[in-house]
Design a protein around this ligand. Sequence first.
Ligand SMILES: Nc1nc2c(c(=O)[nH]1)N[C@H]1C(S)=C(S)[C@@H](COP(=O)(O)O)O[C@H]1N2
Ligand SMILES: [Mo]
Length: 221
Amino acid sequence: MDQDEKAEPSGIRQKLVETKQAWARAGRLLTGQHATPEQRLPPGQRLVKDYPVLDLGIQPNVPEGSFRLTLDGLVENPVMLDWAAFTALPQEERFNDIHCVTQWSRYDNTWQGVAVTTLLELVKPRPEAKFVSFEGYDGYTTNLTMDDFARPENLLAHSWEGERLERQHGGPLRVVVPHLYFWKSTKWVKRITFLAQNRPGFWEVRGYHDRGDPWLEERYG
Ligand SMILES: Nc1nc2c(c(=O)[nH]1)N[C@H]1C(S)=C(S)[C@@H](COP(=O)(O)O)O[C@H]1N2
Ligand SMILES: [Mo]
């Protein structure tokens, strides 16, 4: 395997990726409108009742027994948590709406897991940690600023609507950052790295916006 192949998840649905990249170049789905979160449905979105599945076409099988979550980079206390250690942390619930850049929004989702603020207290990011990079077990990556990650509503979720997250939705563990488009919420999360510099992820290097605020319609960069 050469360096290029290693940098990308293998087995991804290349056609799907190319289509979404072309949409980004063409500014597809943009309405040119802005709104505030008080307007519940962001511009250009439509409400769905089901729960669509969106990923690169690889849904890795990560049994709880072999699950490990690494938090590393610019932190005082880097950790690698197994399933027992993760679920021993204080458990919380969050209730929110989610918004996918491909235009669907889903209201009223209940999640259970560990608050991001709890994890931050555990690892203690250094003051120079201004960005966060995420990696999934499928090789997917994305990025957030520290400010967007540290918000109290954000969760690392193992359950949705009272049941363990299905594998197709990122089980055993996914990130849920509801104030940004859902591509920022890594499924099958494996590693969270704290950085001084921004590190754009899979979609960000393919024309998606660096931040992805749905109410500002930050679909493409
Ligand atoms: N690991 C990983 N996380 C991912 C993705 C992915 O391909 N791999 N896709 C993202 C995108 S584009 C969206 S819209 C949401 C979809 O989550 P869902 O399948 O539970 O609806 O996951 C995000 N997180
Ligand atoms: Mo998405």
